[in-house]
Design a protein around this ligand. Structure first.
Ligand SMILES: Cc1cc2nc3c(=O)[nH]c(=O)nc-3n(C[C@H](O)[C@H](O)[C@H](O)COP(=O)(O)OP(=O)(O)OC[C@H]3O[C@@H](n4cnc5c(N)ncnc54)[C@H](O)[C@@H]3O)c2cc1C
Length: 402
């Protein structure tokens, strides 16, 4: 298999790069270079710019707004966004709920939701995990009881990313507690976050950020027309969605961009008056990560070249587990090396540096500021989307027959 890019693909890359260069607001880019999450307004504004260009949902079938690009073009597009860095299309919308509605939704759901998903007229969040139902998702307890043309939903979701921004949540709920196989009693519901009875409570993470939440449902009435697929067949949707979540999780472009940042940091940090980047020890570690990243990139290209388009396939590719596993390990190793390069600055919390009367802002160089928050934040990469231990189990079963 020839994995080199053709002249047309290189020209396509240049077109994408020029478009991003000309249209991405500089303050959005700067925020991301500093290792900070773009604001909601920045994410929405950028997605709308992409949507106006017809590039918001490259992975979708063309009849629903997809670009018709090849797998390699889609890879190049994503990599250019990640390397700039620019916000990527909102995953909950474009990678998760969009493909599920395309694959399992009614015509009415497609007509209503898909254009709004593309343009982030609705910001979606994912209501799968519960206390006691993470890796063992099928043990979820949030229940939906039919009452005329509504379901009444009671229970709790947790770790819900950006629920504080969300207009809608897609949820796995238990509709048949008597089902012999637990997976066969679960349904997939679309729930308006403005519905009476929903409470969102923030979870503040170790880096001081507010990314995740608890979401409580107390007698929440949901129209039956918001069921996706058949009642008690929600597990099919869940499996397809988790496969997509993991394919995107290789994040090769993100790691390339952070590696570039790491090299910059190692050029700024000094020991005995000499930049750390000149030390053999640091150089070997950087090259080691670079080689691993190249190998991952080749694997992503092979999976994409042999893969099927979102919305056409109802089977998750087990190879996506490899991408999730290696992608998260490599990304975390970059943040570990950033901490090493930052040295004593890695101990300072950004909150300390910003405190009134503190000398920390002058003492801490700008390049070191994101090292500790990013290191702590990216611990999540080996947890969400199915932990790395679970990915190993999927691989053992799929590839080794264990
Ligand atoms: C930052 C962040 C954002 C998230 N965002 C969302 C979101 O938006 N929506 C959502 O629904 N969920 C979200 N999650 C939840 C995430 O999917 C779960 O945390 C994950 O599935 C693990 O579940 P758990 O936390 O309950 O851990 P557990 O399942 O309790 O696992 C605890 C430990 O035991 C290990 N373990 C469990 N079972 C096995 C097994 N069979 N074999 C070997 N080891 C095992 C795990 O690998 C882990 O190390 C998010 C999580 C994080 C950290």
């Amino acid at each position: 298999m020839d994995l080199r890019f053709t002249a047309e693909e290189r020209a396509f890359r240049a077109e994408v790069r020029d478009f991003i260069e000309a249209n991405l607001p500089p303050e959005t880019r700067q925020r991301m270079i500093e290792g900070r999450v773009p604001t909601k307004a920045q994410t929405v504004a950028w997605q709308r710019i992409l949507n106006a260009r017809g590039w918001a949902v490259p992975d979708w079938p063309e009849e629903h707004g997809g670009t018709g690009w090849t797998a390699v073009q889609r890879y190049i597009f994503r990599e250019e966004l990640q390397q700039t860095p620019a916000p990527q299309p909102l995953g909950f919308n474009t990678n998760m709920i969009g493909p599920i509605i395309i694959a399992y939704g009614t015509e009415a759901q497609k007509q209503h939701f898909l254009p709004r998903i593309r343009n982030i007229d609705d910001w979606w969040c994912q209501g799968f995990s519960e206390p006691g139902a993470g890796s063992d998702l099928a043990s979820l307890k949030t229940r939906a009881v039919r009452d005329g043309d509504h379901y009444v939903v009671d229970g709790q979701k947790t770790w819900t990313t950006y629920a504080q921004h969300a207009d809608w949540i897609f949820c796995l709920v238990r509709t048949n507690p008597q089902a012999v196989k637990r997976q066969e009693g679960i349904s997939f519901l679309l729930i308006d976050m403005r519905s009476p009875g929903i409470t969102v409570r923030p979870i503040i993470t170790i880096d001081g950020g507010h990314e995740v939440n608890e979401v409580f449902f107390d007698n929440v009435r949901v129209p039956v027309s918001n069921l996706v697929g058949e009642e008690n067949r929600g597990w099919d949707c869940a499996k397809l969605l988790l496969g997509h979540e993991r394919t995107g999780a290789a994040r090769v472009g993100v790691s390339k961009e952070r590696l570039r940042r790491l090299k910059f940091m190692a050029g700024e940090a000094t020991e005995n008056g000499r930049p750390l980047i000149e030390q053999q020890r640091i150089r070997e570690k950087i090259v080691g990560i670079e080689v691993e990243l190249k190998a991952l990139e080749m694997t992503v290209l092979r999976v994409l070249a042999g893969g099927r388009r979102a919305g056409e396939s109802r089977q998750a590719d087990p190879a996506s587990s490899i991408l999730k596993l290696r992608g998260s390990e490599i990304a975390q190793s970059i943040t570990e090396l950033m901490m090493e390069v930052a040295g004593p600055y890695g101990l300072a919390a950004p909150g300390d540096a910003d405190a009134e009367g503190s000398n920390a802002p002058e003492l801490m160089p700008d390049w070191a500021r994101s090292a500790a928050p990013l290191y702590f934040n990216w611990r999540k990469l080996s947890i969400f989307g199915g932990t790395n231990e679970i990915q190993r189990q999927i691989m053992a079963k799929a590839f080794m027959g264990l």
